[in-house]
Write a protein that binds this ligand. Sequence first.
Ligand SMILES: Cc1cc2nc3c(=O)[nH]c(=O)nc-3n(C[C@H](O)[C@H](O)[C@H](O)COP(=O)(O)OP(=O)(O)OC[C@H]3O[C@@H](n4cnc5c(N)ncnc54)[C@H](O)[C@@H]3O)c2cc1C
Ligand code: FES
Length: 393
Amino acid sequence: MKVKGFLKDVGGASRVTKRRQNNFDQASAKPAPYDPIGAVAKALHPGFLDLKVEAIKVASPTSKTIVFSAPHLPYFQAGQFLSLRLKIGDSLVSRPYSICSAPYETRGDHPIVAITVRLPKQDGFVAEYLYHQVQVGDVIEGEVGLGEFHYDPIRDAKHVVALAGGSGITPFLSMAKEIANGKLDFDLTILFGSVDEKDIILREELEACVCDKVHVVHVLSGQNPGWKGETGFLSAELIAKYSARDTTYFVCGPQVMYEFLAGELKKLNVPRRRIRFEVFGSPRDVTKLQGYPVDMADKVFNLTVCQGRLETVIPAKANEPLAVALERAGMKIHTACRSGACGFCRVKVLSGNCYVPPNGDGRRAADIEFGYVHSCVAYPLSDVRIKVNIPSD
Ligand SMILES: Cc1cc2nc3c(=O)[nH]c(=O)nc-3n(C[C@H](O)[C@H](O)[C@H](O)COP(=O)(O)OP(=O)(O)OC[C@H]3O[C@@H](n4cnc5c(N)ncnc54)[C@H](O)[C@@H]3O)c2cc1C
Ligand code: FES
């Protein structure tokens, strides 16, 4: 911005204000008949939609695929996720799920979008609800087409090796389906790590996509007598066996897998620009992270939530993010990635202290300076007072 001097700037600003006021006065009271740019934006980003559960299918002994339909579904890129918002008891919660159906399935006469939910071994909340309670015919609010985990021909190599573990296979099934249907063009080799053969998630759907551009290699780490395929973990040696000279690696799976795979890819001297990690949610146990204060885990603080003129005081556990405290209290907070990356859940801290995990801090420098946190990864270390925007829907 060019600074011309106090009088010129203030004078200029008042002229602009006057001109805008004139424009308002002369404008028609009738709304514009059609706004093409607004219409495209609305079609691509319709916000939360009512998603009707169309079918529920078994995807493995501990996971289910939930197929949703809606009269209109926005376009998304294979690999992106959707965010579901549910009322469970008194809590108003949301969770991200990678979309396992293909973008082409959102078009045509019967648009659908699907996710596969795996039952966690312990401490499940939303996953338990989706797995055990949700029925065909239920309607759940969802926002479709979020995240950056998708193929980009300008950025990524023509050959992609997908490194998947457990429910981390879902974005790759979406990519495989889209490629097999001729709607996306790159070579995809999926190295899919599971423990036992019987637990392989979405095996039939994956096999159905195998073609000259899609290869699926199952790698089993458990004892599986009679298994003739690859065994062990997704080691550097195995990754090298299935890589081309120039390969982009997409990684999606449980949190423990990321550190291991980062090490294996380093052994292969893969440049960082050729590695794409999907975000993996908030930390399993924040108290074990670097810099988290000792003796804090069991504390419960007062969280004062300021929304406009309304102030509400709710309890906030030190070992849970602020977003969870809001959700437990049944308060609306817009979240998407729940990993600290996207900023949808951003709130301003007016007073008090929070812990933000060092590798989950996706805030811009200006946000850090002006006291904003991403509430999905901000843990209270004292009584805290926050300002929250009231979501529009
Ligand atoms: C980008 C992305 C894609 C994902 N894709 C998939 C996928 O394809 N398939 C899949 O299975 N999973 C996927 N996940 C994980 C998924 O979002 C959930 O984390 C997972 O289903 C487990 O949810 P959960 O609520 O059971 O457990 P968690 O997400 O671990 O949440 C448990 C936490 O819920 C909170 N809680 C407990 N009780 C309450 C209450 N009463 N009110 C409010 N909060 C409470 C507590 O803090 C507890 O620790 C994905 C995650 C990300 C980030
Ligand atoms: S929901 Fe994405 S940063 Fe919190």
